[in-house]
Write a protein that binds this ligand. Structure first.
Ligand SMILES: Nc1ncnc2c1ncn2[C@@H]1O[C@H](COP(=O)(O)OP(=O)(O)OP(=O)(O)O)[C@@H](O)[C@H]1O
Ligand SMILES: [Mg+2]
Length: 241
C-alpha cells in the first residue's frame, strides 16, 4: 500500500495564491505531498485544480506564496526547469499532434529528455509498458479517446519523472478504458509519486488513498477517500455546483 511507504515531504506550498484580475483561482493554499503518495485532487468545476497544477509546473507564475520541490524554492521557475527537476505533467487540454503517430510522439518525448542515446530502445520500452504495440504506427488523430490519453501519459513517463501530475486522465473514457487506466496508474505509482485531478468518483474510489478537495480556490477538506466522499460539505459543494 502507498500509505505504508509514505516518506518525507517532497512538495510543499505555503500560502499559494493565483489571482486573475478579480478572480482568486488559488486562494492561500498550504499543501504537502509525501514521497510515494498517490494523492487525488477533486472539487467542482472552477475550483482551481488545474490552476494549482499550472502554478506547480511553472506554466503560471503565482501571485503570492511559496513552492518547495524537494526542499528547493521553485516559485517563478520556468516549466523547463521544473521538468528538469523531474516533474512531469499531463495537462487537462490535449497536447498531441494529430498527424503524427503514437510512436513518433513517444520518440520525441524520449529524445527531448534523454537525447539520442538508446532512444530507440527506450521508445520501444515505453510503447511496450503502455500496451501501445498495436497502435504505435497509427496517427493519433485516428485513435480513440482512451488510447490518446494513454499516449499522452506515456510521453510524460518517457522522461522518467519522480513526480507525475495528471489532470483528468480518465475523463470521457469507457469503463474498460478506465479499468486499464487504473492499472496503469498503479504501475506508474510503483516508481513515482503522483497527484491526480479527477471528477470520476468511481475512478477515485478505485485508486485513492488521501484525497484533497478544492473549493473556490481553497482546500475544503483533506482526508482518506471514504471519509471525504461521505463528508456532507463535499456533497454540498458538488450539489451546489
Ligand atoms: N487564464 C485564466 N484567466 C482568467 N481566469 C482563469 C484563467 N484560468 C482559470 N481561470 C479561472 O480560475 C478559476 C479556476 O479555474 P480552474 O481551471 O483552475 O478550475 P478547475 O478546478 O480545474 O475546473 P475543472 O474541473 O472545470 O477543470 C475559474 O474561475 C476559472 O474561470
Ligand atoms: Mg481543470
Amino acid at each position: 500500500m502507498a500509505s505504508n511507504r509514505r516518506g518525507s515531504v517532497v512538495l510543499e506550498t505555503r500560502n499559494l495564491s493565483m489571482r486573475f484580475g478579480g478572480v482568486t483561482a488559488v486562494d492561500n493554499v498550504d499543501f504537502e505531498l509525501r514521497e510515494g503518495e498517490l494523492r487525488c485532487l477533486i472539487g467542482p468545476n472552477g475550483a482551481g485544480k488545474s490552476t494549482f497544477f499550472k502554478c506547480l509546473t511553472g506554466q503560471l507564475r503565482p501571485t503570492a506564496g511559496s513552492i518547495l520541490i524537494q526542499d528547493k524554492p521553485m516559485l517563478g521557475e520556468p516549466p523547463c526547469r521544473i521538468a528538469q527537476a523531474g516533474v512531469g505533467v499531463k495537462t487537462q487540454t490535449p497536447s498531441l499532434f494529430n498527424g503524427l503517430t503514437a510512436r513518433e510522439h513517444i520518440a520525441l518525448a524520449v529524445e527531448r529528455h534523454h537525447g539520442n542515446d538508446h532512444a530507440r530502445a527506450r521508445t520501444d520500452e515505453v510503447i511496450e509498458r503502455f500496451g501501445l504495440n498495436d497502435l504505435a504506427g497509427r496517427i493519433v488523430g485516428q485513435l480513440a479517446h482512451g488510447q490518446r490519453q494513454r499516449v499522452e501519459i506515456a510521453m510524460v513517463v518517457a522522461a522518467d519523472p519522480w513526480l507525475v501530475l495528471l489532470d483528468e486522465p480518465a475523463a470521457g473514457m469507457t469503463h474498460e478504458e478506465v479499468d486499464r487506466m487504473v492499472a496503469l496508474i498503479r504501475d506508474i505509482n510503483r516508481e513515482a509519486t503522483m497527484i491526480i485531478v479527477e471528477h470520476d468518483m468511481q475512478f477515485i474510489r478505485l485508486i485513492a488513498d488521501l484525497v484533497t478537495v478544492f473549493h473556490q480556490g481553497a482546500i475544503l477538506i483533506e482526508d482518506h477517500v471514504e471519509t471525504v466522499l461521505n463528508d456532507p460539505r463535499v456533497r454540498e459543494v458538488y450539489l451546489g455546483a
